[in-house]
Design a protein around this ligand. Structure first.
Ligand code: HEC
Length: 115
């Protein structure tokens, strides 16, 4: 009897672990991982349709260069072209958050008061 109880316990434990694992989302990035700002979520989802946002966040560019990057994504990678309004939202966020030669290039914009 004891032995069966243990087997049931072990089984339950195994199921619990298995379910916990299947709840894990393979997407390892969230918009919240990146600096807040107007258009962050829109930009995140526009770009992560194809690749991680870190690939975007590690760049620092002018608005014109970001604009070119979007054109490149459209031309070379078949990104569905955003309309003017969406493009402006995305560009505003990218220009503000990832300008050229940021000192903290990797983390993007850092709030100096956050510490
Ligand atoms: C339809 C798919 C798609 C979408 C949507 C997309 N990209 Fe890309 N992007 C790619 C692919 C594929 C690469 C792989 C690198 C390459 O060959 O340029 C890439 C690479 C990049 C690079 C690196 C280029 C380099 O020269 O190293 C940047 C920067 C970039 N994307 C920015 C963006 C931004 C910003 C967005 C959102 C506004 C975006 N991408 C949305 C497909 C996409």
């Amino acid at each position: 009897m004891r032995r069966i109880a243990w087997a049931v316990m072990a089984g339950l434990l195994w199921i619990a672990t298995a379910t916990a694992q299947s709840n894990f989302s393979p997407r390892d990035e969230n918009p919240e991982d990146f600096p807040p700002g107007a258009g962050r979520d829109e930009t995140f989802y526009a770009c992560t349709a194809c690749h991680g946002f870190k690939l975007v966040a590690q760049q620092g560019m002018t608005r014109a260069q970001w604009d070119d990057s979007i054109d490149l994504m459209i031309r070379r990678h078949n990104m569905p072209p955003p309309d003017d309004k969406d493009r402006a939202v995305v560009l505003n966020y990218l220009e503000t958050t990832y300008p050229p030669r940021l000192p903290a290039a990797r983390g993007g914009w850092q709030n100096p008061f956050a510490k």
